[in-house]
Design a binder for this molecule. Sequence first.
Ligand SMILES: NC(=O)c1ccc[n+]([C@@H]2O[C@H](COP(=O)([O-])OP(=O)(O)OC[C@H]3O[C@@H](n4cnc5c(N)ncnc54)[C@H](OP(=O)(O)O)[C@@H]3O)[C@@H](O)[C@H]2O)c1
Length: 234
Amino acid sequence: MDIQSKTIIITGASSGLGAAVSRTLVKADAGYVYGLARSKDKLNALQTELGNTFIPVVLDVSDLNLIRKWYNSTFSESHSPDILINNAGTGGFAPIDVMQADEWIGMLDTNLKGMYYMTSAAVPLMKAKTGSKHIINIGSIMGTTTRGEASAYSASKYAVNGFSESLFKELRGFDIKVTCVNPGSIETDFFVNSGIQPSTHMLHPDEVADTILYILKTPDNVLIDEIKIRPLKP
Ligand SMILES: NC(=O)c1ccc[n+]([C@@H]2O[C@H](COP(=O)([O-])OP(=O)(O)OC[C@H]3O[C@@H](n4cnc5c(N)ncnc54)[C@H](OP(=O)(O)O)[C@@H]3O)[C@@H](O)[C@H]2O)c1
């Protein structure tokens, strides 16, 4: 796809990978990049940096009603998304009998249900649109293999892989590509927020953002349906 002048939605745009992908897409001359997250100040700072083609949207992806309202008030047949990047995510790691139920369930609310809410609202608009469209879901290596004390995070990311594969088979006939990107450790706030030890050789968010741009720019008949990207040294 030629992403110039395309309308793009990206969740979790206020920091880390989402902010890096937003920068990469704006620099690649995307038409509009709607960046969603809960942190208004961080989104506004990113708009100051990137200019008015980055549109900050303060939204919690686990709130179905707010998402539906936002889609209805923002998009129409003449202005609808070409690309949806489901990136918002949260991680927490602890034994199952130590982690509080709210945190366990909250990870599924954001990482999985939020992805479903965003996608189910975007798909009818995408189906009605001619040309190639693309949904990119950010999974994780922890959605392909796992470790102890990661039951909620891994459950959500394995589910993201299953969700993505089913959707790729369902939507290919509508010219909608679906890709699941499964990164290893990336140098973002994720590690600060999740409380696990970062490693010393992590991927830089810009490196993963460049991979996502490459996936988006593949010719219309080429689909990368899933990809793992890891730091060379763990
Ligand atoms: N870092 C890694 O090593 C790594 C590895 C594999 C996969 N991933 C995945 O990569 C994605 C991005 O994570 P990151 O590493 O960039 O971490 P990050 O810096 O913590 O960014 C997470 C983003 O998600 C947003 N977010 C969280 N909950 C949200 C909600 N309920 N509604 C809307 N936005 C929400 C956050 O914004 P607000 O707090 O402002 O809402 C933030 O912009 C996640 O899906 C993560 O699971 C990360």
